[in-house]
Design a protein around this ligand. Structure first.
Ligand code: SAH
Length: 316
């Protein structure tokens, strides 16, 4: 699909032919399997001022940083519960403690699980080091392909830098994840088409596409939330453009609507991420407002498997 075709599809009154094609491609390449990933949000310390994010440097939130032991313990619990991928996510700080991340990655690797890192724009040297320690995947969403909008939302960064880091990630042999938000203030359907084509240009192995949720205490508080229907449409087109990619149903879609989250698994999505961050920290990692029930790694995993079974999918 080219840009005009994508714009036409996203705006179509009847999108069902695209949903059907996305579901067909997903079944063809992924069967009825949904990959379940455990995400540990190990620190909310952040030096950047991304205007949509509830953890940005100007937000008055209590900051935390899990110790290396705590991160390892949480990862081991998630692996023991059956998770095969551990996602390590945090805010972005200059001079990230990559030694800790490296040791955690080596441990996870030794236990036979895969590691995804999502800690913002690391340097090439840091990326090389983490790859050597066993990190398999890196998730760095481009957030928006519109350069002007990117500049407005990110006082501390440029789209060029973000894309250069993504190119490093790809060149170093990581499974590369990008993605974007749907419904950012100022975004148009043309932007969304560019976002989708950029995923293809980067050569993404995975892409997280989720609705924007207005976060209090940020410059975008009070803005309209992204539209779940448009989010599902974007996921479906991503599946058509990148038939073999891993496409998660984002947590933000689930926050807006549990029903829509379920439906997304029939629109091309094949991955779900579940928070396993310890209870004492979980409420402090609030990128956007969300009610997070107490975390019970084993039970939560069993509940997801049950939910997936109800819609004919097998969570692994
Ligand atoms: N610091 C890391 C991790 C960011 S948090 C990095 O910069 O990559 C993970 C993702 O949450 C972001 O990439 C963004 O797409 C999403 N996000 C942040 N604020 C959001 C909001 N208000 N609504 C919806 N998604 C948001």
């Amino acid at each position: 699909m080219d840009k005009q075709e994508i714009i036409k599809a996203l705006s179509a009154e009847d999108f069902s032919p695209y949903y059907e094609e996305a579901d067909r491609l997903c079944r063809l390449h992924k069967g009825n399997i949904i990959d379940m990933r455990a995400i540990i949000e190990f620190s909310n310390v952040c030096a950047r001022g991304c205007t949509y994010c509830g953890l940005n440097v100007n937000c008055n939130v209590e900051r935390y940083q899990m110790s290396e032991e705590e991160i390892k313990e949480t990862a081991l619990k998630a692996i023991a519960a059956g998770y095969k991928t551990i996602v390590l996510q945090s805010g972005e700080v200059p001079n990230t403690n990559v030694l800790t991340l490296g040791r955690v990655s080596a441990l996870i690797k030794a236990k036979g699980a895969a590691i995804t890192i999502s800690c913002g724009e690391l340097s090439r040297e840091e990326l090389v080091y983490l790859k050597e320690q066993g990190a398999d995947r890196y998730l760095l969403k481009h957030e928006t392909a519109d350069e002007e909008l990117y500049r407005r939302l990110h006082p501390d960064g440029t789209l060029t830098n973000r894309l250069n880091t993504l190119r490093d990630i790809k060149a170093l042999g990581y499974e590369t994840g990008s993605g974007f938000m749907v419904g950012l203030p100022g975004q148009t359907v043309e932007t969304l088409a560019e976002d989708l084509l950029l995923l293809k240009e980067i050569g993404c192995d995975m892409a997280g596409i989720g609705p924007f949720i207005a976060s209090p205490n940020t410059p975008l508080a009070g803005e309209k939330n992204g539209d779940p229907e448009m989010t599902k449409r974007a996921v479906a087109i991503a599946r058509i453009l990148l038939p073999k990619a891993n496409l998660p149903v984002t947590t933000s879609l689930g926050v807006l609507s549990d029903a829509e989250r379920r439906k997304a698994f029939s629109c091309g999505a094949n991955v779900i991420m579940k928070k396993v961050t310890p209870d004492e920290y979980k409420d402090k990692y609030k990128i956007y407002p969300a009610d997070i029930p107490p975390i019970n790694i084993e039970k939560d995993r069993a509940d997801i498997i049950k939910m997936l079974a109800e819609i004919g999918k097998k969570g692994v």
